[in-house]
Design a protein around this ligand. Structure first.
Ligand code: U4Z
Length: 592
């Protein structure tokens, strides 16, 4: 007996598994862990008969002095552990690489018709070739056994999720397959060189890469990783459909069904046709978010399932309105947009509003695509999860944009006159967004909250939204001055004998430092008053919400520091990526 085989694990497979586990641990969701556990089980049960057959037929052997000697169906225990650890590593890598993807956005297959059949035909051809290899009873035996077994599994997976796979991003699939494959080739080569395991001559082609890596082994590790990754994609396909059902449902709140239920309805394959308008809209909203704000896109990935999708739609609505107002050629045009938004919102939230596919109702005479292009506003409102939001905060948000339109340098009009105005403004543009977010949180959780409790938490959330807006204002004093807006209350300025016009004409005035301080102090106070409420939220959302808030508050600290050390900042001040990652890791870890 010997420890050579265990040594391979101790040096090559366990360390990367441990490293990735620790790094990713705070971000692991229960669903992700279950997926991996299920896949490991499937992999082990599927591989045992095959591997056992190989060993009994002496296709490959292991020297007695390399293994401890425990076996199951003649398979050394070390080998069984290999099935587990490889499946774990590859599926974990896949989980990390695909964390940011919004699964339902890949439900519509836009690839060439027939692409799925071409794939299936190729896999079947591979299986046929493998069968011929086995029947020849020659040095092609091992290759034949690998191809027939692995490609049968892959064919099954392809039949279930081929279309989903075709629209899934190729980069993530390739990296999840190829990185572990290349790594295991290296490990396998080393072990074959050392003789920890031996592929017997006679049933193999005897072609080696890098001197020792048999071509069969190379093929095997590639195909086993494909099985693992396709297995993950198949489960993700089932999950994507369940998420789709949740976010397109009219019921005020639903969380994801259990994995078992999802697997059942997936295999039953009885589905109503998908709503293409909805899925196109989702895709557009996701693309827009990732283009406009990469950090918000990645940050949103910490929210799970249906909640994340709903949040993306909420964001998309805010974004569209913001752009419409900012890019309007005149104040009147901007006000018109706001008015239109208000009307469409009233309609969307009314009893009369059709709850199912909305596009047809919006623009009955227009093609959907055209409607989308013609009015991003209509589109973003149509996609809002109206059954899980309320109208109030959204209308209040519009009134915040209205306030922004009140600025006029020419007419010397500055709507933020008093500290009260500042608070009202911050509530309208940021408090409302926090309120919307929390409404969605409450409707996507199984935790029961009394109406009173909800109201209390929403109150705190709105105050937190205001706090973040104060940080925004403190950071952007100069940038706002450049577009002739001053959010420092006129009353504050007056204490130093200044006016908003002075701020716009001389934004570098050192006297402004004290107002920046005052604004950040106000942010701190609002933050302190509401931070405790986070602990009352459902566990899943505490981490991501804390991350968002703390990153903002960190911007505040950086503004202070920059001022203290007279650092000049070009453009927008940002928290460095590594600090945000550290912050996210900690916030997620503490609330895990
Ligand atoms: C749950 C929900 C929501 C929906 C349900 C959706 C659904 C139906 C999904 C179906 C998924 C399926 C069917 C997944 C299947 C995955 C498999 C079979 C993975 C096999 C991995 C095999 C692995 C990793 C095998 C590893 C083997 C190794 C490392 C062997 C190595 C070796 C060594 C070391 C020396 C000698 C040679 C040898 C190659 C045998």
């Amino acid at each position: 007996m010997g420890y050579d085989y265990w040594l391979v694990h101790l040096t090559w497979t366990i360390p990367p598994a441990a490293l990735f586990t620790v790094a990713y641990w705070p971000f692991f969701t229960r669903l992700e862990i279950w997926k991996i556990v299920i896949l490991i089980n499937v992999a082990v049960y599927a591989t045992i008969p095959w591997d056992s057959f190989l060993i009994r037929n002496r296709i490959w052997t292991y020297p007695a002095d390399a293994v401890v000697g425990w076996t199951l169906f003649d398979i050394p225990i070390e080998e069984l552990f290999f099935f587990v650890i490889q499946t774990y590593c590859t599926s974990l890598l896949y989980t990390i690489l695909t964390k940011h993807l919004v699964l339902p956005s890949f439900l519509l297959d836009r690839s060439k018709p027939g692409a799925k059949n071409v794939g299936a035909a190729a896999i079947i051809a591979g299986i046929g070739f493998g069968a011929v290899c086995i029947m020849m009873q020659s040095n092609l035996t091992y290759m034949g056994l690998i191809l027939t077994w692995a490609l049968s599994v892959i064919l099954f997976q392809w039949c279930l999720c081929g279309n989903f796979l075709l629209s899934f991003p190729k980069k993530q699939i390739l990296m999840s397959v190829l990185i572990p494959t290349a790594y295991l080739w290296m490990v396998d080569r080393l072990s074959l060189q050392r003789g920890t395991w031996v592929i017997e001559k006679g049933t193999k082609l005897d072609i080696q890469f890098w001197g020792f890596l048999d071509i069969e082994e190379a093929t095997f590790f590639l195909l086993s990783n494909v099985m693992v990754v396709f297995g993950m994609v198949t489960m993700d396909h089932a999950i994507a459909l369940a998420q789709y059902d949740v976010v397109t449902s009219d019921s005020p709140g639903r969380s994801l069904p259990s994995l078992g239920q999802m697997a059942y309805s997936y295999m039953a394959q009885q589905r109503k046709p998908l709503d293409e308008g909805f899925l196109d809209g989702l895709r557009a909203a996701v693309t827009e978010l990732s283009r406009k704000s990469q950090s918000m896109y990645l940050g949103s990935a910490m929210f799970q399932d249906g909640l994340r999708v709903d949040l993306i739609f909420l964001y998309s609505f805010c974004r569209v309105i913001d752009d419409l107002v900012d890019e309007a050629p005149s104040r009147e045009k901007a006000q018109e947009s706001i008015k239109e938004a208000s009307q469409v919102l009233h309609w969307r939230f009314s009893e009369k509003s059709p709850k199912k596919p909305l596009y047809d109702y919006l623009q009955a005479d227009m093609d959907r695509k055209q409607a989308l292009q013609a009015s991003p506003l209509l589109h973003s409102i149509a996609l809002l999860p109206a059954s899980r939001l309320s109208l109030g905060p959204l209308l209040e948000l519009l009134s915040g944009f209205d306030m922004d339109l009140g600025f006029s340098f020419e007419k010397r009009e500055f709507p933020i006159e008093t500290e009260d105005d500042l608070e009202v403004y911050a509530q309208r543009v940021a408090g409302t967004v926090a309120a919307g977010l929390l409404e969605l949180v409450f409707s996507h959780t199984d935790v029961q909250y009394s109406a009173e409790k909800q109201e209390q938490i929403i109150d705190a959330g709105q105050r937190m939204g205001q706090a973040l807006q104060y940080v925004n204002i403190a950071r952007d004093i100069k940038r706002d001055a450049a577009i002739k807006r001053v959010y420092i209350p006129t009353a504050w300025l007056k204490t130093k004998n200044l006016t908003p016009v002075d701020v716009i004409t001389n934004p570098d005035n050192p006297a402004l430092a004290s107002f920046e301080d005052q604004m950040l102090l106000k942010a701190d106070q609002a933050y302190q008053m509401s931070v405790k409420a986070i602990d009352q939220l459902p566990k899943d959302v505490r981490g991501p919400i804390k991350t968002t808030i703390e990153s903002y508050m960190m911007i505040g600290q950086m503004v202070r520091k920059a001022r203290r050390e007279s650092i000049k900042i070009e453009g927008k001040l940002k928290v460095p990526l590594w600090r945000r990652l550290k912050l996210a890791w900690t916030a997620m870890y503490v609330n895990h």
